[in-house]
Design a protein around this ligand. Structure first.
Ligand SMILES: Nc1ncnc2c1ncn2[C@@H]1O[C@H](COP(=O)(O)OP(=O)(O)OP(=O)(O)O)[C@@H](O)[C@H]1O
Ligand SMILES: [Mg+2]
Length: 285
């Protein structure tokens, strides 16, 4: 009797825990420490539960990132098409190539999604080639022109006329600039200003985005690149922010070996500084 009970009780606990797993409760863990079959089974169970829990978190994170990344080009596309409908912008070759470049970004994301669903790796692929960053930045600013104007913001951009080529993933860079500009449009009071400057030397590129009030509180500033962090939750809620944009920005910058920092801007708002290094061989060339 005793022996039977000492065997069936742990098995019942394992059966219970397995049922929990099967209905998606992955936080369940078994506490058997013994060095026999039951102990090893419990250890394997815990490992399985941990893996499932991690996968769920990764999947959620990834879905949130992807929806964010699809939303940004969609909003830009909508803005451009509305500007054409309103007669504010002509359907010129330049406008059409802006539209095409947003569509290409979305296309790339959808392709990545498809690849990911096959590979299960859980990270977006980077395809790098020689990219003129000044061109990408100029195009991004152009895509935001109407929205910046509609918000009553004055924009000043200093972009050197010569090219600033580094090895990069062009679509991801465009996404990076879009996310930062989107924030500048959303979180700068009407009548304010946005300054953008590109600098280049042999070590790499610097891209500065500064805007006027509101500022980000000192307590929030060090955490601004963390997931789901928002400075003013009431305002962000009103404008639909989820606190993912800058986290994605940091991922993109780091995938290029660079850094991104946030400081108070002299204009009264936020100053985002992006540094993208040139590989040593390229710097010497
Ligand atoms: N240019 C800015 N000026 C003032 N505050 C800003 C600026 N950019 C970002 N912030 C603050 O930092 C927070 C985090 O920005 P982030 O882009 O990561 O998320 P979000 O804009 O809230 O949402 P999402 O980009 O995911 O739609 C914002 O909610 C906002 O409070
Ligand atoms: Mg944002």
């Amino acid at each position: 009797m005793l022996l039977a009970r000492s065997l069936t009780r742990p098995l019942q606990r394992i059966a219970h825990a397995l049922h929990d797993l099967s209905v998606g409760r992955y936080s369940e863990r078994l506490a058997f420490q013994s060095n026999d079959e039951i102990g090893r089974l419990a250890g394997d169970f815990n490992e399985l539960a941990r893996t499932l829990e991690q996968h769920r978190i990764m999947r959620r994170t990834f879905m949130a990132d992807i929806s964010h990344e699809l939303r940004t080009p969609l909003m830009v596309l909508r803005g451009l098409v509305e500007a054409i409908q309103d007669g504010v912008r002509h359907a010129s070759q330049a406008t059409l190539s802006l539209l095409a470049s947003e569509i290409a970004t979305m296309n790339k994301l959808v392709n990545d999604l498809y690849e990911l669903s096959l590979s299960e790796i859980g990270a977006l692929a980077y395809r790098k080639s020689d990219v003129d960053v000044s061109e990408v930045l100029r195009r991004s600013l152009d895509a935001f022109r109407e929205r910046i104007a509609a918000r009553g913001l004055l924009i000043k951009a200093i972009i050197p006329p010569h090219s600033a080529v580094i090895e990069a993933d062009e679509a991801r860079l465009q996404q990076l600039f879009h996310n930062v500009l989107e924030n500048a449009v959303r979180y700068t009071d009407p009548g304010g200003a946005v300054h953008v400057q590109l600098g280049a030397d042999e070590r790499g590129l610097s891209i500065d985005f500064e805007d006027s009030a509101p500022a980000v509180p000192d307590t929030v500033l060090p955490h601004i690149f963390e997931r789901l962090v928002r400075a003013d939750t009431s305002r962000s809620r009103a404008t639909g922010g989820t606190g993912i944009g800058l986290t994605i920005c940091r991922n993109i910058v780091e995938a290029h070996g660079g850094t991104i920092t946030a400081k108070p801007a002299a204009l009264g708002g936020l100053w985002i500084r992006i540094l993208l290094p040139r590989p040593l061989a390229q710097a010497a060339a």
